[in-house]
Ligand binder design. Structure first.
Ligand SMILES: C[S@@+](CC[C@H](N)C(=O)[O-])C[C@H]1O[C@@H](n2cnc3c(N)ncnc32)[C@H](O)[C@@H]1O
Length: 492
């Protein structure tokens, strides 16, 4: 019979040792000041293994026969795998216009490209690259050797990634015609990536910390491009710096490194050449012996246009317990609360603690696991308990949109804006929804509202419920969308 685990980590003398070991093994310094969040995750494994308490569970982790397997299950429990196809339009625009064309030009003789997506979660990132490279190479593709490696610490994510099967949620940034081009539809809203893209990517389990102790596979070298996006945000700043240095050493000279959208750090400039691309930063490994050169802004490759106008559809923002970002000024989102009591544009106090935070976390977890309808049902219960939560109505809108319930989505975004008229992401998503449904005038108005509100903030200000998106990004994205509408109008 399963023993009930210790009910409270504060009563368990071995919890600090277990926590220290987890941080040391996974790098997840994020949990340093989040005992209750960590306990919630660890408790499930303690319970599942029938360990009496943390000390018993530590014995299990140290067990010669079963320890490795248990570590793997624990890592699966404590890692966060939010991802979707073509996540962060600016970075994919930079890849499409500058970085991949550069690799193609430089490797034209050898006709070989090696890419590593480190911390790839369920595979949307390396598969997006496979799609992009295939499109860019066109008829030449068959004569090139493309190798894209996806690695992650979480075995369960990798198992999902290898299948190449995705739900609408992971494909939410992809217009239906592109989805039909790259995937074959299966039952129940599932889509299977076509074999020509799947075959370019292979997946392996790999802990990034192994780069620091010399146990990383020797063949992880000579990559033309490494992406390590939204992984290092969980790590201690010192570890981040060491890992970035180690990732640089896995690149060929002049090879590219892309970190997360909100992860640039001034100290990286001492390690690599920082390259400023529209809306994003990238890094390059300087040639052997060269001092890190000053920041560059390479021209956009003129002959290579994007596959389609950059689209940026709903994103489900990360959990509320967001780890610290490297840039403190950008880390603190502008607080939000129902603004009816405040003049427009005023800095608002943080929302009152109403308990919707844990509901939001549960909603996000369900949605990210692909259970969109269940996530929406949970969101509905949250709204019943807290009908004036602008955030819950906003999520309800995103989820309704992912379920193709456009009228519901519109109503929810509007309710959210009614409760908080300064909610930039709600205006933005309402605008995109209306444009996608051919309602140009109100769509343009909503986007303009988002841009106007974003203009009142510093460019680098990270927006609430925006998945790391900054005020400056929203302004730039609104311009892209309005230009695309104008261009379509001119063509029609
Ligand atoms: C938020 S996801 C990012 C996925 C993808 N890079 C993206 O941006 O869409 C973070 C991923 O990093 C992985 N991860 C966390 N710690 C890791 C470690 N020490 N080594 C390798 N992967 C790790 C997690 O399992 C998770 O899949």
């Amino acid at each position: 019979m399963a023993r009930a685990p210790t009910p409270d980590f504060r009563l368990d003398a071995s919890f600090p040792r277990l926590k220290a070991l987890i941080i040391e093994r996974t790098g997840h310094f994020y949990y340093q000041d989040k005992d209750d969040v960590l306990w919630d995750r660890v408790r499930r494994r303690i319970h599942a293994t029938n360990a009496r308490d943390c000390a018993g569970y530590l014995e299990r982790l140290a067990d010669e026969a079963r320890g490795d397997g248990e570590w793997s299950l624990l890592e699966t429990e404590i890692t966060i795998g939010e991802t979707f196809f073509f996540r962060y339009v600016e970075q994919f625009t930079a890849l499409r216009r500058t970085i991949l064309p550069d690799l193609i030009a430089r490797n034209r003789e050898e006709r070989r490209i090696r890419i590593w997506s480190a911390g790839c979660s369920t595979g949307a990132e390396p598969y997006s690259l496979a799609i992009l490279l295939t499109e860019l190479l066109g008829a030449e593709r068959e004569s090139w050797r493309i190798s894209i490696l996806g690695t992650d610490i979480n075995e369960a994510f990798l198992a999902t990634a290898r299948q190449g099967r995705f739900g609408k949620w992971a494909l939410r940034s992809m217009p239906p015609d592109e989805r039909a081009r790259y995937f074959t539809a299966e039952s129940e809203g599932r889509w299977l990536l076509r074999p020509e893209y799947r075959s370019l990517v292979r997946f392996e389990r790999h802990n990034l910390l192994s780069l620091l102790d010399g146990t990383s596979p020797l063949q992880f070298t000579d990559f033309d491009l490494v992406l390590c996006r939204n992984v290092l945000i969980y790590f201690h700043p010192d570890t981040v710096l060491r890992i970035v240095g180690a990732l640089r050493d896995c690149l060929v000279a002049d090879g590219w490194l892309l970190l997360g959208h909100a992860e640039p750090n001034p100290s990286f400039a001492s390690l690599m050449q920082s390259v400023s691309l529209p809306g994003t930063a990238a890094y390059r490994r300087p040639p052997e012996g060269a001092a890190p050169p000053p920041e560059l802004s390479p021209p956009v490759s003129p002959g290579l246009l994007p596959l389609a106008p950059p689209v940026w559809m709903p994103i489900i923002p990360k959990a509320t317990a967001e780890p610290p970002r490297s840039a403190p000024a950008a880390a603190k989102p502008p607080p939000r609360s129902p603004p009816s009591r405040l003049p427009s544009g005023a800095v608002r106090p943080p929302p009152a603690a109403k308990g919707s935070g844990s509901v939001l976390e549960a909603v996000r977890a369900k949605a990210n696991a692909g259970h969109v309808a269940e996530a929406r049902a949970l969101c509905g219960l949250g709204i019943e308990a807290d009908p004036v939560s602008a955030e819950l109505h906003f999520y309800d809108g995103l989820l309704a949109q992912a379920m193709d319930l456009h009228l519901d989505a519109e109503k929810s975004f509007r309710r959210s804006i009614y409760l908080d008229k300064n909610f930039i992401m709600a205006h933005y998503h309402l605008g995109l929804l209306l444009l996608a449904n051919g309602r140009q005038a109100p769509g343009k108005r909503s986007l303009a509202n988002a841009a106007r509100l974003a203009s009142g903030l510093a460019d680098g200000q990270v927006l609430p419920e925006g998945d790391g998106v900054r005020a400056g990004d929203v302004r730039a994205l609104v311009r892209v969308h309005l230009d695309a509408v104008a261009a379509a109008g001119a063509e029609g």
